[in-house]
Write a protein that binds this ligand. Structure first.
Ligand code: 4GW
Ligand code: MN
Length: 351
């Protein structure tokens, strides 16, 4: 009996040792398998991210090298001195943030047509010559451009020869007595002409003040569904200093704890459909206020800022696009693409 027990225990011990061996074998096999899988994954990842892996791998395939060359061609300066992206992930267009050759190729492929709207009412016709002459030099060169000039003084329009693919359309409109109204009614007129005319003739609209001159390239990098421009005076200011409308009675009211940027009144745009919606909003809010005998503190600018608060622009232009030389030239401003023309107030205002 004792012998029998011994034989039984010996067999049992052999059996459990074999079990241990197989278990160990399984563990080793699993380890080897996962190691191989990691290797395959890493190689695949590296070939997609050639730029990041190149510094760690001594041998590079020709495909990787090609990707690197491409990256070098489109490489941009890394700017850390300015905000390049809004919190809703819209680009803020600064010099060095885009490659114009790539963008031009994209927009040419789409045969994009651009309308530049400008108002020259009463004495502001004096700004027209410089405006058009400098736009011919710098604004959307090589693309199809229609200048839409709204004026009450058709006869005072300068006769300037334009480059191929560009034309000047003079739109006769009434002038308003109050200068505030002259400025504000632009929204209504852009709205009306957008649905009647612009929608059939252009893809994008750029709506600017006439008292500016172009001093450097402005190209398709500015185009997007709907865009605004940072006001040169406030682009580094904290929110408390933004001169939004602060009276609750006005439709342009913005609460003190809201507001992203302070946008300039004289430089916005987008697709014709989006500009229609923007100008339509601004005009109807102005009319609501008019009915309540109130007018926003900075007129059309206040309503535009209200619009952009709740309809975030898809691109924001840096103050390179609308600079005021009275502010000097800060280090962050690598280019001044259009600047405000100093006004002789006695000559152009109050009549
Ligand atoms: C005060 O007497 C005036 S007149 C203020 C604006 C006036 C005005 C403006 C005008 O008589 N005729 C005119 O065509 N405008 C248009 O509105 C013009 O396109 C101008 O660029 C835009 C906004 O006026 P602004 O450039 O004088 O406004 P700020 O000083 O805010 O840029
Ligand atoms: Mn202006």
């Amino acid at each position: 009996m004792a012998d029998c027990e011994e034989v039984f225990f010996a067999a049992d011990e052999r059996c459990s040792r074999r079990k241990c061996f197989y278990l160990l074998l399984c563990v080793v096999a699993l380890f080897l398998l996962s190691f191989c899988w990691y290797g395959v994954r890493r190689t695949a990842l590296c070939s997609h991210m050639a730029i990041f892996c190149s510094s760690q791998t001594s041998t590079r395939s020709s495909e990787d090298a090609f990707q690197l060359d491409l990256m070098k061609d489109v490489s941009l300066e890394r700017r850390t001195d300015v905000l390049m992206m809004t919190p809703w992930l819209a680009p803020i267009v600064w010099n060095g943030s885009y490659n114009i050759d790539i963008l031009n190729a994209q927009f040419h492929q789409r045969h994009v047509r651009i309308g530049l709207t400008v108002f020259a009412i009463k004495k502001y016709t004096v700004f027209m010559k410089t405006f058009i002459e400098t736009a011919e030099k710098f604004f959307m060169v090589g693309h199809k451009v229609n200048y839409y000039v709204f004026t009450d003084r058709v006869k005072e329009m300068p006769n300037i020869s334009l480059a191929d693919g560009r034309q000047l359309v003079v739109l006769e409109v009434p002038s308003y007595k109050r200068w505030q109204e002259v400025s504000m009614r632009r929204m209504e007129m852009i709205r009306d002409h957008s649905s009647k005319r612009f929608i059939n003739e252009v893809d994008y609209l750029v709506c600017v003040d006439v008292d500016i001159k172009f001093t450097d390239e402005v190209g398709v990098e500015i185009l997007s569904d709907v865009f605004g421009t940072l006001h040169p005076r406030y682009f580094r200011a904290p929110r408390e200093r933004f001169t939004y409308e602060r009276r609750k009675a006005s439709a342009a009211y913005i609460p003190p704890d809201e507001g992203d940027f302070y946008y300039a009144g004289g430089y916005f745009g987008g697709t014709v459909e989006e500009v229609y919606m923007l100008t339509s909003f601004c005009h109807s809010e102005m009319m609501t206020d008019k009915g309540n005998n109130i007018e926003a503190i900075w007129h059309d600018k206040s309503y535009l800022n209200k619009y952009f608060l709740y309809h975030k622009p898809t691109k924001v232009l840096s103050p390179e696009y609308l600079w005021d030389n009275n502010m000097g030239v800060p280090e962050v401003l690598k280019r001044r693409r259009s600047v405000i023309v100093p006004k002789n107030y006695n000559a152009v205002r109050n009549r």
